[in-house]
Design a protein around this ligand. Structure first.
Ligand SMILES: [Mg+2]
Length: 250
């Protein structure tokens, strides 16, 4: 993302009346850590977010796959809106609400598949969230090979269900088709009219958000890191994201 584009973006942000800023957390605002609970926000980042929230007519939303308690631990002390669990849990004006889907019966059927792979693959682990099951393999040596196996088994299972698989960065997750960052953003845009949207993310789950915003002329979408993307722009790393957000504060 060149300087000219950044300057244009800042100009658009300043001129807009009602702004929406959608920020993924891991790999976007903070770097990845071997253990996800270590990925605490730095003082610098907290300061930037705190100032961004106080900008007039600016809705700053953290949009993450993390469990809501997890992300609340990191950012809950800020008056920031949060979409957690890929849209399953929403915190608006400091109050958490659940998505209306409430069928988790599939979990009992999927758990044995997850257990089988976890037992075979040392240093991998299962995370159960309110609306999903996630299998993490960041610290597992043959994690990638096992993740393909797991996806194969899950694809077989979901063919007769309304579930979907998210093949993320060192994590495989299964959840309802009704969830996802694209759907979550769609719901947000039904509630308010924005004339400027900034959406930043690094992972495959963020692509759903970029895809939904693809034809939206008010949206600036940014992918962090390498790889194919539907986002309009790219930034190399977390530091670049922090710098860009800081520039919006001026
Ligand atoms: Mg991410």
């Amino acid at each position: 993302m060149g300087n000219i584009i950044t300057a244009e973006l800042i100009e658009k942000f300043r001129k807009a009346n009602y702004k929406l800023i959608l920020l993924d957390y891991d790999g976007t605002l903070v770097d990845f850590f071997p253990f996800p609970e270590k990925a605490k926000p730095s003082e610098k980042l907290l300061d930037i977010l705190n100032k961004l929230i106080t900008k007039p007519k600016t809705n700053v939303v953290i949009i993450t796959g993390r469990a809501h308690k997890d992300i609340d631990n990191f950012l809950g002390h800020l008056p920031i809106n949060i979409i957690a669990e890929h849209g399953g849990m929403l915190k608006i004006n400091r109050i958490w609400k659940k998505h209306t889907i409430d069928n988790n019966l599939w979990k009992d059927k999927v758990l044995p598949i997850f257990n089988q792979i976890t037992l075979a693959c040392p240093n991998s682990f299962i995370e159960e969230k309110q609306f999903s099951l996630a299998w993490h393999y960041r610290n597992a040596e043959s994690g990638y090979a096992y993740s393909r196996k797991l996806i194969g088994l899950l694809e077989n299972f979901i063919s007769t269900t309304t579930l979907k698989i998210l093949d993320g960065n060192k994590v495989v997750e299964i959840l309802s088709n009704d969830l996802g960052k694209g759907k979550a953003v769609e719901n947000l845009l039904k509630q308010n009219k924005y004339d400027f949207i900034l959406s930043i993310g690094d992972d495959k789950t963020d692509e759903e958000m970029f895809e939904f915003l693809l034809d939206n002329p008010t949206a600036v979408t940014i992918k962090v890191g390498k790889g194919n993307t539907l986002a309009k722009f790219k930034l190399d790393n977390v530091d670049n994201v922090n710098t860009l957000l800081k520039q919006l504060l001026k």
